[in-house]
Design a protein around this ligand. Structure first.
Ligand code: PEP
Ligand code: MG
Length: 870
């Protein structure tokens, strides 16, 4: 359950956690890593199983590893004159930056602190370490809020009349330690533990427990990290960056994590400990200035960066410390990066011959690609620039300023767009960052918590904006001589670091050269075709620009919801006779035809799947309460009569379960004239476009089929109308298909029979999920589904991620049955799942021909489809 750093290696990540495995690998390759050991993720499982307790067996193993470490360091844990000090840090299998806990300087107590002072000849340093230990231990292990310590620290500095921590002398720290101890006693009723073994035990337990803290759980949920992975604990001998001017600590990325450029990127602080950099308490200096301050260290660091990048074949995020002129590497991991940077780095690594195209594709995080479609500022718009900070995460965002994470979350829930403004963020603010459009902080550098988290989530972020003054109590910020209050609109530009008053218009992004290259590689590898769900010419155009190879779903009812069309639609529904209905439909026909022409033109030469009317008719009529109001306001008897008739019609169309009622093909069978009109519009539009020289491939799709006879009847209707419109040789120019959606479970079960009349199957997985689970797609989330997900009864929301185990079986069965009759039957998916990467992977495995998703998700789907094929 315990491995020394020289026993492990990089491939043992699931046992040692990412950090432990990398520390071991670096130790093996001779890099200057302070020695230590890793308590494994298996020990973490045992800890939970034993009821959040370290077993005696494990404690013995830890003590054994500790004595080996004592020998190696020639120091002793708890020794009054030659004390060994350690850090205790979490290290999960999948990196979760800043989400879990760390304790430094463990092993200090009233006695050993004197020993450390004597051994280093630096009393000030020793007491600074001790107060840090009490503060971190107090917070992480004993659960005392950090602001309690911060307040005491602030008061002490104020009393001494100093601003910076470095200005505090040994006496100041000594006094603060006395105050901290009182604080611990008051909060817990017990003294700060003087027994160093108790400290170690408490720290290891706390790190294991932190796996289940709120912010770690939220992070895992967002990033789909399994809850049962557990964390390892790394116990590492301390090196000190806070001993004086020949010491320091920093973070360096081997390439720029914002742009991907091949330059060292990072920050360091002279005379500081690790958490000072990441916590954003002091604003650090750029790594390049280290070349002047400590030229030899800088050179060594550059070579370590090169070595680590070559070993891991990826951009590294490295933590280092300089202790009295010697460089130590404390950690390396694959660095988090923006989408732009991810693409540039992947493409550059392929060009540099380090990785292959497949590997580059595999590394693209599909969720990050959305960042590339992030918007920028409309630069020609007038701008009231209030301040400028560090451009920490690209993209532009507008929203109302809020000054705490809870308000950000509340306002977001009520539909408002917010920008979270904080002096700095801590992992406790993660729900606020999640809710916000963007994040602004007044302190902290490019590797501060806010910056790392925002980049990971693909949210614009400006940090270290020291020109603004934030008053958390009054919920205001002063910037550029003006006050911004809670609720005032502001704009952030994460590319330039500008903070702008008001809401500046934003413009959509366009694809970078790197993205185009990667997409090109993806297109060569993937088997699935990628279509778009698009209902109008504009969406079809955007979809094609993003690489759509056709339209997989055009929901024709969306065309009826425009105001002038709705009236025609309503008169059609209200018609008493078939003639009246026909007359109303005749008014709708040219409108539909016009839309279809636009879509065919945008998709010239590519298939366009047109789904005939699906929703129940009552959805096109106003609700009864609205109609009653209108009756009260009506100024003529005739108008009142019309409205009353409408109410009667609404009532007559009302159903207890409209989702299972007269919709889809059922509607088309009862009112064939509606489908008749739609089909006529499709073919007339096709003819018009063909006459203008276009190539049209219409695929008419029938919704909600559950029995072969439904499709048989409607296929005949399509053919009949086609024969009427496509006279003589026109039929040859317009090769159309007729197919069905498979969205009723019975359709999947009867697929062999249905295939007789179908040229294609398109899985409508929204309805198929609804009807297979028996969960209403409109109500489930608000009622019980969220609860189910919280309680982990289901791994994912099945309306977002396809339930491959259950619903997936129906899909596989239908594909197999359909193809047993027609081996080349075209199959695809057009429910929301068509834009989800895991669902796309399933579709690939199930052997579908295409996925269809919204236009903006198409680049993502192309990459996900390639990843599925690798
Ligand atoms: C579906 O049910 O998956 C589908 C695409 O149709 P709609 O969402 O329009 O019901
Ligand atoms: Mg449907």
């Amino acid at each position: 359950m315990v491995y020394s750093f020289d026993e492990g290696k990089a491939s043992m990540k699931s046992l040692l956690g990412g950090k432990g495995a990398n520390l071991a690998e670096m130790t093996r390759s001779g890099l200057p890593v302070p020695p230590g050991f890793t308590v494994t993720t298996e020990a973490c499982h045992d800890f939970f199983q034993a009821g959040n307790r370290l077993t005696d067996e494990l404690l013995q193993q830890i003590h054994r590893a500790l004595s080996l470490l004592e020998k190696e360091k020639n120091q002793q844990f708890g020794h009054p004159s030659n004390p060994l000090l350690v850090s205790v840090r979490s290290g999960s299998v999948t990196s979760m930056p800043g989400m879990m806990d760390t304790i430094l300087n463990l092993g200090l107590n009233d006695e050993t602190v004197e020993g450390l002072a004597a051994a280093t000849g630096n009393e000030r340093f020793a007491y600074d370490c001790y107060r840090r230990l009490i503060q971190m231990y107090g917070n992480v292990v004993l659960g005392i809020e950090s602001f309690q310590f911060e307040r005491l620290l602030h008061r002490m500095k104020k009393g001494l009349g100093v601003e910076q921590d470095q200005e505090v002398k040994a006496d100041g720290w000594r006094k603060l330690i006395a105050d901290y101890k009182k604080c611990v006693k008051a909060a817990t009723g017990a003294d700060f533990p003087q027994n160093v073994y108790d400290q170690l035990r408490g720290a290891v337990e706390a790190v294991f427990r932190s796996w289940n803290n709120q912010r770690a759980k939220v992070y895992r949920k967002i990033n789909r990290i399994p809850d049962d992975q557990g964390t390892a604990v790394n116990v590492q001998s301390m090196v000190f960056g806070n001993q004086g001017e020949d010491c320091g600590t920093g973070v360096v990325f081997t390439r720029d994590p914002s742009t991907g450029e091949k330059v060292l990127f990072g920050e360091f602080l002279i005379s500081a400990q690790g958490e000072d950099v990441v916590a954003g308490v002091r604003t650090p200096r750029a790594i390049q200035t280290l070349a002047d301050e400590m030229p030899e260290i800088y050179e060594r660091l550059v070579s370590v960066c090169r070595q680590l990048e070559q070993a891991y074949k990826d951009m590294q995020d490295i933590e280092f410390t300089v202790e009295t002129g010697k460089l130590y590497i404390l950690q390396t991991r694959n660095g988090k990066r923006t989408a732009q940077a991810a693409l540039k780095i992947a493409v550059d690594l392929v060009d540099e011959g380090v990785i292959r195209q497949e590997e580059a594709l595999r590394r693209i995080e599909v969720s990050h690609l959305e960042q590339l479609l992030h918007r920028g500022l409309e630069e020609s718009a007038p701008m009231d620039v209030l301040a400028k900070g560090l451009p920490a995460s690209p993209g532009a965002a507008i929203g109302m300023a809020v000054f705490d994470a809870d308000t950000a979350e509340e306002w977001h829930k009520s539909g408002r767009q917010v920008i979270l403004v904080r002096p700095e963020t801590t992992p406790e603010d993660i729900h606020g960052v999640l809710a916000a459009e963007g994040v602004l902080t007044s302190r902290g550098g490019m590797t501060s918590h806010a910056a790392v988290v925002a980049r990971g989530m693909g949210k614009p972020c400006v940090c270290g904006c020291e020109e603004i003054r934030i008053d958390l109590e009054r919920k205001t910020m002063l910037a550029g001589g003006r006050a911004v209050r809670e609720g005032d609109w502001i704009t952030l530009d994460g590319v330039s670091g500008r903070v702008i008053g008001g809401a500046v218009p934003l413009k959509e992004a366009s694809a970078s050269d790197e993205l185009l290259r990667i997409l090109g590689w993806a297109d060569e590898i993937r088997a699935l075709r990628v279509y778009a769900n698009a209902d109008n010419p504009e969406d079809a155009r955007i979809a094609r620009e993003h690489g759509a190879e056709g339209i997989g779903l055009c929901r024709t009812e969306h065309m009826f919801f425009a105001p002038n069309r709705l009236t025609a639609m309503q008169s059609m529904i209200m018609a008493d006779s078939q003639e009246d209905r026909k007359a109303a439909l005749d008014r709708l026909l040219p409108m539909q035809q016009h839309d279809f022409e636009g879509i065919f033109e945008a998709m010239d030469g590519l298939p366009v799947t047109i789904r005939l009317l699906d929703p129940p008719l009552h959805e096109f009529l106003p609700n009864v309460e609205e109609l009653k109001q209108k009756i009260l306001q009506a100024d003529s008897e005739a108008e009142r009569d019309r409205l009353k008739r409408m109410i009667r019609k609404v009532h007559s169309l009302e159903e207890v379960n409209p989702m299972l009622g007269q919709r889809g093909c059922r509607l088309g069978i009862v009112y064939p004239e509606i489908y008749d009109m739609q089909i006529e519009a499709v073919f007339k539009a096709a003819l018009a476009v063909i006459d203008r020289g276009g190539t049209v491939l219409p695929e008419i799709m029938i919704p909600l089929v559950g029995d072969a006879n439904e499709l048989k009847v409607l296929r005949e209707l399509v053919n009949r109308v086609a024969d009427q419109v496509l006279v003589a040789d026109k039929k040859r120019d317009c090769l159309y298909k007729v197919g069905t959606m498979i969205e009723v479970p019975r359709a999947a079960l009867m697929a062999r029979h249905i295939a007789v009349y179908a040229d294609f199957f398109s899985f409508g997985t929204n309805d198929l999920t609804q009807m297979t689970f028996g969960y209403s797609r409109d109500d489930a989330e608000g009622k019980f589904l969220t609860h189910y997900l919280d309680k982990k009864l289901l791994p994912h929301n099945p309306f977002q991620v396809l339930d491959s185990e259950g619903v997936g079986q129906l899909i596989e069965l239908a594909v197999q049955q359909g193809r047993s009759l027609k081996p080349r039957l075209k199959t695809g998916i057009c429910g929301e799942h068509g834009g989800d990467k895991d669902s796309i992977a399933f579709c690939h495995q199930a052997g579908l021909d295409y996925v269809s998703c919204s236009p903006f998700r198409i680049p993502m789907a192309r990459i996900a489809a390639a990843q599925a094929a690798i």
